[in-house]
Design a protein around this ligand. Structure first.
Ligand code: NDP
Length: 336
């Protein structure tokens, strides 16, 4: 297999030097295992956390080990019942071209039902994150206002569209006019605001005349600072991601905002609840697959993919995603 390993841990933003490409022999196939050829590799913000030793909900990738990641793979050889050569499955092979995997950890995909790469996006982990976090914690009601940032990404775009299905008003925040136009024209958001605009906070305020009932937190940083004063009494904040902070090397400069933040939680009776999507899998995943498959099929939920060709380009695509250079769900086409 050809694979990309973690060469060193980044300080601040990752660079190409933090990754190394190498080839390795795979172990022989045992009973219950399949040999997979990676077709698509998913690149996701959480991988930045795995590159560091900072305390998190999952163990870091060891230096010298293959980078982790969700994949769609084709079965080349099988010693597992239920899997045959030519089957396509959702796997967790990481940043490599081939893998020997236990069949128990795979989910077989139906290439006739939807493009298989959607199992890494709208019909996979990011789509599930949006669905479970929004419906279990955000609980949007008809007529309420839902705000989400990183809104053209796989999580944010699904949050906005599911909010619309539930009868809420969806306001998306994204970087740049091209992404904002896409939110309005393709994803059907009611308003779209560019967080890089000089008057971002004023634009946001004007876009939510009735205040904000659900803020689906994907980014933190200055975006969250503009959102919090606009939250209504009893607003819900599913805390999903803090991407503005992922490359931070230390404490930010400036005043201590914690007392004001706590005060607002108290005065406005806010519900602020973090989650890792895995906690909802057992309870919610079947509902998600049923609903989302239907919504994608009937066009009520659309998706946007940003496809990079070739495993060798994975590091630059990943680094770009953390800076907002992606336009939609980032996947790497590793093989046809
Ligand atoms: P995206 O494809 O949306 O990529 C990240 C986007 O974040 C960028 O494209 C950029 O969009 C935006 N961004 C980056 N830096 C900043 C910044 N400083 N301020 C504002 N926006 C910024 O990612 P995903 O949809 O895959 O993930 C979205 C969030 O959800 C992430 O925080 C991720 O960690 C989190 N997540 C959490 C899970 C959980 O279980 N809790 C599971 C999956 C994802 P733009 O150009 O529009 O600013």
């Amino acid at each position: 297999t050809t694979r990309i390993v973690l060469a060193s841990r980044p300080e601040g933003a990752p660079t190409a030097a933090n990754f190394r490409t190498e080839t390795a022999e795979l172990p022989p196939l045992e009973d219950g295992q399949v040999l997979l050829r990676t077709l698509y590799l998913s690149l996701d913000p959480y991988m930045r956390g795995r590159m560091s030793t900072a305390k998190s909900y999952a163990k870091p990738v060891e230096v010298g080990a293959v980078m982790v990641g969700g994949t769609v793979g084709e079965v080349l050889e099988s010693r597992a019942p239920g899997f045959a050569k030519g089957d396509v499955a959702l796997a967790y092979s990481g940043w490599q071209t081939h893998d020997v995997a236990d069949a128990s950890g795979l989910r077989k995909l139906d290439p006739g039902a939807a493009p298989v790469s959607t199992a890494l996006g709208v019909l996979g982990m990011p789509g599930f994150t949006a669905y479970s976090g929004l419906l279990k914690i955000g609980q949007p009601k008809a007529g309420e206002t839902v705000v989400v940032a990183a809104a053209t990404g796989p999580v944010g775009s699904a949050v906005g569209q599911i909010a619309k299905i539930k009868g809420a008003r969806a306001v998306g925040i994204a970087g740049g006019p091209k992404k904002c136009a896409y939110l309005l024209d393709e994803f059907g958001f009611d308003a779209a605001i560019d967080h890089r605009a000089a008057d971002f906070a004023e634009q946001l305020k004007a876009a939510v005349p009735d205040g904000i009932d659900v803020y689906f937190e994907n980014v933190a940083g200055p975006v969250a600072e503009a959102v919090y004063p606009l939250l209504n009494t009893y607003a819900r904040v599913p805390v999903c991601g803090l991407i503005a902070n992922y490359n931070a090397a230390g404490r930010p400069d400036g005043p201590d905002n914690l007392p004001a933040f706590y005060s607002r939680i108290l005065i406005k009776s806010l519900t602020i609840r973090g989650f890792i999507q895995t906690e909802f899998v057992e309870e919610v995943f079947p509902d998600f697959l049923r609903d989302m498959t239907e919504w994608v099929a009937d066009g009520r939920v659309r998706y946007l993919q940003d496809v990079t060709e070739g495993l060798e380009h994975a590091p630059e695509a990943f680094i770009g995603m953390l800076e907002g250079r992606n336009f939609g769900k980032v996947v790497v086409r590793v093989a046809d």
